[in-house]
Design a protein around this ligand. Structure first.
Ligand code: ADP
Length: 160
């Protein structure tokens, strides 16, 4: 059987209910999803890569169909090395479109056998991003409807 594997790449700094919604819905379409946290040395995040991975693992619980990993370098090379053919991305407001379109086209140029598949955000998460969560949390605003409990606790510690 040919397993349908999708790679869901991103910063996940931190993971939000918007990401988790894409993963849950992605599992209706793909057999396996690899969540690939970008190790991007140039982009300093709030949480370390190891912290992000721990948050994702704890938020997902045990699911043999989901793996959490990190990647460096060209995403398309990583995708091929995992035996996958699909990059899964989420789309929110129109503002995501231009950037995502550009990246998807570049990735297609680099490796035409890798397809990018987009899933539209679910309505409640249309304006939810990791950055806005960090901003609200830094101002001591409530974030429990936006992120899983493990992230809420981690944010509270960071900004205490
Ligand atoms: P990146 O830095 O690569 O954009 P993010 O962690 O911000 O990483 O996002 C990873 C992916 O998840 C992107 O495709 C993004 O559009 C998608 N995403 C983030 N938040 C949401 C949301 N609320 N609804 C749907 N997709 C989302």
């Amino acid at each position: 059987m040919n397993e349908k594997i999708a790679v869901y790449p991103g910063s996940f700094d931190p993971i939000t209910y918007g990401h988790l919604d894409i993963i849950e819905r992605g599992l209706d379409v793909f057999d396996k999803i690899i969540i690939a946290v970008a190790r991007n040395s140039g982009k300093k995040g709030l949480f370390s890569t190891e912290e992000r991975i721990r948050h994702i693992r704890e938020a997902l619980g045990d699911n043999p169909r989901v793996k959490v990993d990190t990647f460096e370098g060209l995403l398309v090379d990583y995708v091929v090395s995992k035996g996958a053919k699909v990059i899964l991305r989420g789309l929110r407001a129109v503002s995501d479109f231009e950037y995502e379109f550009q990246i998807a086209q570049m990735n297609h140029n680099l490796k035409s056998e890798v397809e990018t598949v987009f899933m539209m955000t679910s309505v409640p998460y249309g304006y939810l991003s990791s950055s806005i969560v960090k901003e609200v949390a830094s101002l001591k605003g409530p974030v429990e409807s936006l992120v899983p409990p493990v992230v809420r606790k981690a944010l509270a510690e960071k900004f205490s």
